[in-house]
Design a protein around this ligand. Structure first.
Ligand SMILES: Nc1ncnc2c1ncn2[C@@H]1O[C@H](COP(=O)(O)OP(=O)(O)OP(=O)(O)O)[C@@H](O)[C@H]1O
Length: 235
């Protein structure tokens, strides 16, 4: 295999009171688009947060396109900023007191490149334009529709030219028609950017559209999906 796009070996146990939960996965993949599918509480968000650098595994390594983000044996643990990843959480986590333009611009402050002001403005304008948000640039998130909020969050994730995209249920808050439209916009974008993407979902349609490889996660481990599930999804 060439350098895998995703090379993950993650062991991480969380404890709260008498309960504990262990994530234990190992995976190498050359696919650009991975979809993580599985029941609630399976460890999907934990996996995404470990890659983003928001949780630190107890053991293992995380490499994307050959770049080590975390390696317990070698003592490597890049900060979320140094990882240069774009991520989008279920609720989009936009700042309510910042306009669309400021929310997108915030994505640049997080990046470690910190380009000059003129280039920052150009990048924000580019993504405002790419997602049809120019006329909404000065509005606050509370005055936007679900789809406009989703586009703003995606623009914020992309503005710093991330090396990979991590998406947690990116379409769950949208109505079915908008979901379909934004899925095809994202699919087109991914083809253009060719960065690796990992998407968490409960939605079979996301698996169909983005699952170049689908991982089924259950009780913190990758496992075979229940009999018939993939056939049902792929019709
Ligand atoms: N701080 C913690 N201490 C102990 N257990 C935790 C902690 N945080 C999360 N967990 C447990 O880890 C498991 C995995 O949670 P996670 O949020 O990754 O699941 P998920 O697959 O993303 O679920 P959902 O689809 O419902 O979002 C759950 O059982 C959760 O209760």
């Amino acid at each position: 295999m060439n350098t895998p796009r995703f090379d993950l070996a993650i062991r991480h146990t969380l404890h709260s009171g008498t309960r504990s939960f262990a994530l234990d996965i190992a995976l190498q993949s050359n696919c650009q688009q991975l979809v993580v599918y599985g029941p609630s509480g399976a460890g999907k968000s934990m996996l995404l947060k470990a890659i983003a650098g928001l949780h630190h595994p107890d053991h293992g390594h995380i490499r994307l396109d050959g770049r080590s983000l975390f390696d317990s044996a070698q003592g490597i643990c890049l900060s979320p900023q140094q990882r240069q990843l774009g991520y989008l959480f279920q609720d989009y986590a936009l700042f309510p007191h910042l306009s669309v333009r400021q929310n997108i611009g915030f994505g640049l402050q997080r990046g470690w490149l910190n380009p000059g002001r003129r280039r920052q403005l150009a990048a924000v304008d580019y993504w405002l334009n790419a997602f049809g948000l120019e006329t909404l640039a000065e509005q606050l998130p509370a005055t936007l529709s679900g789809g406009q909020r989703q586009r703003t969050a995606l623009a914020r994730a992309l503005v710093a030219a991330p090396r990979a995209l991590l998406l947690d249920e990116p379409f769950s808050a949208l109505d079915p028609a908008l979901r379909q439209q934004l899925r095809s916009e994202l699919a087109e974008l991914l083809q253009r950017l060719s960065i690796p993407m990992l998407l968490i979902t409960h939605d079979a349609e996301d698996v169909r559209v983005f699952g170049q490889q689908t991982l089924y996660l259950q009780d913190g481990r990758l496992s075979q999906p229940p009999a018939g599930l993939m056939e049902t999804i792929h019709g």
